[in-house]
Design a protein around this ligand. Structure first.
Ligand SMILES: *Cc1c(COP(=O)(O)O)cnc(C)c1O
Length: 379
C-alpha cells in the first residue's frame, strides 16, 4: 500500500490535543473573553498556583514563552553582561539565545550519550578550566524529556558555588529518583509552546523556584521591572502570560500526568518493537522517569531510515539537525568548554524522533512500531 500525503502520521499534532478537550477549552476561553481581564489576571494567578503545586515548588511565575523563562531565570540570579554561562552544545537554539539575551556568554559543553544531557565529567573539567571568576551559572537541559544526570551535575556546580538553571521545556513531569525535574536546581524554566508536553494554544512559559526572592524578581522583570505600577526598580521587559493561555493551560494541566503516562506506554511499544530486531530503542537510565516529549532514537543511516519510514506513512522529526556550534549564528563566536563536543555532533547526525504524542490511536502506534522495526535493518 502506498501512503499518500494525507495518511502520513505527523511527528506532532497539537490540534489533536485541543480536540480531545474541546468543550473544556472552549469554555475556558469563553470565560476569559467575557470576564474582560486579558493579561496577568485571575487565570494566570490560579495557573501559577496550580502549576507550582503540581511541580512541588513553592513558586511559579508565568511569562511569555520558554526562551524568556530561561533569560529571566538567569537575570533573577544576577547574571548579566560579560558573565559566562555553561550550556549543552546539543539543545534548542532557544536555550543559547536566552543566555545571550541576558547579556551573558554561553560556554558549550558536550552531552553524554545515555541521557542526552550535560556530560558531568566534561562539565567539571570545564568549570575547572574556566576558574577566572566570570562563570556565573550552569544551564541544564532535560533534552527529549529524559532527565539529565542531576546528581553529579549538581555536585560539580555546587563545588564551584554555581547556581543551576534547569531548562525543562521538554521535560514537564520527568523525574529522577522520585524528584521532579524542575526542583533540582535553583530555578527552572518551562515552555508551553503548543507541542510541548504541557502546551498552550499560543505562546507561554513559566519559571519555578523555591526561592521567594527569585520569584519576586521575575515578577518584576516580566513587567518592565515594575515594583509598583509605573515605577521600574530595574530595567525589565514585557514578558507577560495572557489570561486566555493561562485558562487553557489550567485545563491541560489536569491531563498532564495521564498524557505523560500514555507517552511512556507508546514509547514502551516502540522500544519492544525495536528490541525485537536487535536495536536498543530509547534507553531510560535506572531511577529516571522519562517524559517522552520526543521518542529520540539514533540510527547510523538516519536519513535512509527516515525515508523508509515515510514510505510506510510515518512522519518523523530531526531535533536537532546540527549542534549549536555548527549553526551560522554561533559557529565562529561561541566559546567551547573542555573535552570536545563529539557526542553532540554524533547525536545530531543520527537522531530521529518518532511520533509519540498521547492522542495517537492504538492502530497508529502499532503502525509506527511495526514500520520502525521492519525498516530498521534495511535502511
Ligand atoms: C521549546 C524550547 C525552548 C523555548 O521555548 P519557547 O516557548 O519556544 O520560547 C527552550 N529550550 C528548549 C530545550 C526547548 O525545547
Amino acid at each position: 500500500m502506498k501512503a499518500s500525503a494525507s495518511f502520513i502520521i505527523p511527528p506532532a499534532h497539537p490540534h489533536a490535543a485541543y480536540a480531545e478537550q474541546r468543550e473544556e477549552i472552549d469554555a475556558a476561553v469563553h470565560r476569559v473573553l467575557e470576564r474582560g481581564r486579558y493579561i496577568l489576571g485571575p487565570e494566570v494567578e490560579a495557573f501559577e498556583r496550580e502549576f507550582a503545586s503540581w511541580l512541588g515548588a513553592s513558586h511559579a511565575v508565568g511569562v511569555a514563552n520558554g526562551t524568556d523563562a530561561v533569560e529571566l531565570a538567569l537575570r533573577s540570579l544576577g547574571v548579566g553582561a560579560g558573565d559566562e554561562v555553561i550550556a549543552p552544545a546539543h539543545t534548542a537554539s532557544a536555550t543559547i539565545a536566552a543566555i545571550e539575551h541576558a547579556g551573558a556568554i554561553p560556554v558549550l559543553v558536550d552531552i553524554e550519550h545515555g541521557t542526552c544531557g550535560l556530560d558531568p565529567g566534561k562539565l567539571s573539567d570545564t568549570i575547572r578550566s574556566r576558574a577566572h571568576g566570570r562563570l556565573k551559572a550552569v544551564v541544564v537541559v532535560h533534552l527529549y524529556g529524559h532527565p539529565a544526570s542531576m546528581g553529579p551535575i549538581l555536585d560539580a556546580a555546587r563545588a564551584a558555588g554555581l547556581p543551576v538553571v534547569e531548562d525543562c521545556a521538554q521535560a514537564h513531569g520527568a523525574r529522577w529518583g522520585g524528584t521532579m525535574v524542575g526542583t533540582f536546581g535553583t530555578v527552572a524554566a518551562f515552555s508551553f509552546y503548543p507541542t510541548k508536553n504541557l502546551g498552550a494554544l499560543g505562546d507561554g512559559g513559566a519559571i519555578a523556584t523555591n526561592d521567594a526572592s527569585i520569584a519576586a524578581r521575575v515578577r518584576m522583570l516580566r513587567e518592565y521591572g515594575w515594583a509598583q505600577r509605573y515605577s521600574s526598580d530595574e530595567p525589565g521587559l514585557n514578558s507577560r502570560l495572557d489570561e486566555v493561555q493561562a485558562a487553557i493551560l489550567r485545563a491541560k494541566l489536569t491531563r498532564l500526568e495521564a498524557s505523560n503516562a500514555r507517552r511512556r506506554a507508546i514509547a514502551g511499544d516502540y522500544t519492544a518493537a525495536l528490541q525485537s530486531v536487535g536495536a536498543s530503542g530509547v534507553v531510560v537510565a535506572d531511577g529516571a522517569i522519562h517524559a517522552f516529549h520526543q521518542y529520540a532514537v539514533c540510527h547510523p543511516r538516519r536519513d535512509e531510515w527516515r525515508a523508509a519510514l515515510l514510505r510506510r506513512g510515518v512522519g518523523s522529526a530531526i531535533l536537532y539537525p546540527s549542534p549549536i556550534h555548527h549553526q551560522p549564528a554561533y559557529a565562529t563566536r561561541v566559546p567551547r568548554g573542555y573535552g570536545g563536543l563529539e557526542t553532540s555532533e554524533a547525536v545530531c547526525r543520527e537522531v530521529l524522533c518518532l511520533p509519540v504524542y498521547p492522542q495517537l490511536s492504538s492502530e497508529q502506534v502499532q503502525l509506527v512500531a511495526h514500520a520502525a522495526a521492519e525498516t530498521w535493518r534495511s535502511a
